[in-house]
Structures are given as structure tokens and as C-alpha cells.
Design a protein around this ligand. Structure first.
Ligand code: ATP
Length: 365
């Protein structure tokens, strides 16, 4: 297997730039997830990699070879389609050997190859069954196996779990992760589902309007989102983002706004309009005992609580913006959504503060 390198990769459709000058290196053995909202260019990027769509500009290299102009079959990349596209009238064995029909191998060599792949995917006992006699997870293994017989450099997958129900999706996610580990192959996987990305990826590429917002491990992207877009896209409920101003007073830099008081560090600064970012699990009401002395303080009007069984989400308003606080369940009572409003001061540990430039949307701290 080899590294895959995209440089300046661009695809335009009339007046839409679906993929805009993307530079990206996929390391050998990565489980790389392309993540972003509908229309951000994920499928277009994947289809260019597979050779199903011609780039408007830019290059694709695999190992040391420029494959930009090569046909799909000659670039050694295997696409596993959403519905797995197995031939229903063929057995698992025939489905697996189908891609080898033009290969310059003897019949015995083809049979050996199919047997070895079936063994490695633990589907050897299913070789004489038809696709309709298989479970969803087994179909997926056959689809991967059909790609594997061609010894591909990488597997490409476009939202393969989107047609499955929630519980099957969870088990298939685990299956794909273990398959990736077992094969040690490079997977490039498209989804708009942050849970799939967080649970399976070794690295996530967050795309927005055809451009890369951030590349990192799932924890990098969660702990230090590079932009407001990433901060809002990853995490549920989304990160709280409250407009505030960075300003200096008496040799100390503060974060201030309507009811907001957060001392940051010693020094001077020009005023800067920012978003104060705190994840819902890092925000909490001050206890009566702390309320006299707390330095970090956001004046909040709590509006209602959502009970999720094991935890609860408190909703409120800070500086005219909705905020969410996530915490373990506090009691037996279930007051319902119409609990009376009350005001409370909120706080958080400064290590959990994120700051974004309000003009550019980029991360400052
Ligand atoms: P989804 O999650 O909805 O599949 P996506 O992130 O995969 O979305 P793409 O399918 O890559 O997004 O589309 C990116 C942009 O390019 C969209 O604005 C889409 O409308 C446009 N686009 C894609 N294919 C074509 C086409 N064949 N002709 C014109 N515009 C296209």
C-alpha cells in the first residue's frame, strides 16, 4: 500500500465549485473520514479519487505515480458502494471472483485468491449462498471482499451505512473498524454523520463548501476545533458560542460582554470581537458557596431542562444567545419542559475556553 497525495484538486460544475483546490495526504493504513454537511463536496472528492470523475484542475498521486489521467481499473483503488451492489443471482463465490474475470491468472489461481480473501474476511462458510441469504454485515464483508481480490491500494466508501437502521449501524461500525484493523489497509470513507467519523476514523477531514476546514484525529478536532464551523459541526449538543469582546483593563486582558466577566491573562491588547466557546459538558451553574468569589462568570437566564434518562440538558440565555449545559441527572424529579425560569451565574474552567475571531471564524485560543 502507498500514500495518496492530492494537490490543488478542484472540480467545477458550471458555476458551482464542488471541490476547491484541496491539498491532502492520506497515509498508508489511515481510516480517513471525509466529513461535512450535504453539498460540501465529499462525494465529488471521492469520485475523483476513484477515477469516476475528471478533475477540473490538480493532481492525484498514489505512491510515486501520477494517476490523475488513469482509468478507475488502472489506479488500484476499490470503491465499495452504498448498497454494496452485489449481483443477486450470483453466489458469494461468483460475486468474489467477478472482478478477476479478465485477470491474467489461471482458474486455480483465481480460486485460491477467492478462498484466501473469504478466509481473511471470515466468510468462507458462506461461499455457496446468494446475497439474499446473508445479513447486512455479511453483505458488507462480501462487498469488501470483492474489492479485496484486486489487491487495491485503498478502499473508498461513500456513506455505506446510511440505509441501515440505528442498531445495525452501530454493529456495522464496529465491524468496519475491526475489518480496517485486521486488513491494515487504507480506508477513505465519506459521511455527514459525526458519530461515524468520531468512532471509526484515525483522521477526520472536515469539509465546508469544497474546502478543508481542518484535518486531525477525532480528539484533535473535538478538543481544538480550528474554526467556528468545525466547533458547531462536531459535538452534540453543539459547542456554546457567545459573542463577546477581548479588551484590556489595568494591565489585564479580559473577555467581556452582556453579563460576561472572564479575566484571561496579564497584558495589553486591542479590542477584538470574538466568540467565547465552551462545550456544554464544561459549563455549569455556580454553587451558592462559590458565587461570591468566582472569577469566571456568565450571567444566564435558565429557561428549561431536557431529561435524557442518564443526563440532562439545561437551556438558558447568555447575552441574548442560547446556551446548553450538559450534566449527569441530578435527581428523581421530572419537572417537564415548563419549569419556571430563573437566573443563575454560570462558570467554566479556563482550560476549557475556546476563542474564535468573529470576523474570520478562525480559532484564536
Ligand atoms: P451529500 O452528502 O448530499 O451527498 P456531498 O458533500 O457529497 O453531499 P457533492 O455531491 O460532492 O456533495 O456535491 C458538491 C456540490 O456540487 C453540490 O453543490 C452539488 O449540487 C454539486 N454537484 C455535484 N454533482 C454535480 C453535477 N453532476 N452537476 C452539477 N452540480 C453538481
Amino acid at each position: 500500500m502507498a500514500a495518496i497525495e492530492l494537490s490543488g484538486l478542484t472540480r467545477r460544475f458550471k458555476d458551482t465549485t464542488a471541490v476547491d483546490a484541496v491539498d491532502l495526504t492520506v497515509e498508508d493504513g489511515d481510516f480517513l473520514v471525509l466529513l461535512g454537511p450535504s453539498g460540501c463536496g465529499k462525494s465529488t472528492l471521492l469520485r475523483m479519487l476513484a477515477g469516476l470523475l475528471e478533475p477540473t484542475a490538480g493532481t492525484i498521486r498514489i505512491g510515486n505515480a501520477d494517476v490523475t489521467a488513469l482509468s478507475p481499473r488502472r489506479r488500484g483503488i476499490a470503491m465499495v458502494f452504498q448498497n454494496y451492489a452485489l449481483y443477486p443471482h450470483l453466489s458469494v463465490r461468483q460475486n468474489l471472483s467477478f472482478p478477476l474475470r479478465f485477470a491474467k491468472l489461471t482458474k486455480e489461481e483465481k480460486q485460491q485468491k477467492v478462498a484466501a480473501v473469504a478466509e481473511s474476511l471470515d466468510i468462507a462458510a458462506l461461499l455457496d449462498r446468494k446475497p439474499k441469504e446473508l445479513s447486512g454485515g455479511q453483505c458488507q464483508r462480501v462487498a469488501v471482499g470483492r474489492a479485496l481480490v484486486r489487491d487495491p491500494q485503498a478502499f473508498l466508501m461513500d456513506e455505506p451505512l446510511s440505509n441501515l437502521d440505528a442498531s445495525l449501524r452501530t454493529s456495522t461500525r464496529q465491524e468496519l473498524t475491526s475489518l480496517h484493523r485486521q486488513l491494515g489497509a487504507t480506508f477513505i470513507y465519506v459521511t455527514h454523520d459525526q458519530v461515524e467519523a468520531m468512532t471509526m476514523a484515525t483522521r477526520i477531514v472536515v469539509l465546508n463548501k469544497g474546502r478543508i476546514e481542518q484535518v486531525g484525529t477525532p480528539l484533535d478536532v473535538y478538543d481544538a476545533p480550528a474554526s467556528v464551523f468545525v466547533a458547531q459541526f462536531i459535538g452534540s449538543p453543539a459547542m456554546n458560542l457567545v459573542p463577546a469582546t477581548v479588551t484590556s483593563r489595568d494591565g489585564t486582558v479580559h473577555l467581556v460582554g452582556e453579563g460576561i466577566s472572564v479575566p484571561l491573562w496579564e497584558g495589553e491588547t486591542e479590542d477584538l470581537e470574538v466568540y467565547l466557546g465552551v462545550r456544554p459538558e464544561h459549563l455549569r451553574p455556580l454553587t451558592p458557596h462559590e458565587s461570591g468569589s468566582a472569577q469566571v462568570r456568565l450571567g444566564c437566564q435558565l429557561t428549561h431542562t431536557e431529561h435524557l434518562g442518564n443526563e440532562e440538558i439545561l437551556y438558558g440565555q447568555v447575552a441574548g444567545t442560547e446556551v446548553r449545559i450538559r450534566r449527569p441527572r441530578t435527581g428523581q424529579a421530572h419537572p417537564g419542559p415548563s419549569a419556571p425560569e430563573r437566573s443563575a451565574d454560570l462558570t467554566f474552567a479556563l482550560e476549557h475556553l475556546h476563542l474564535f475571531d468573529r470576523k474570520t471564524g478562525r480559532r484564536l485560543v
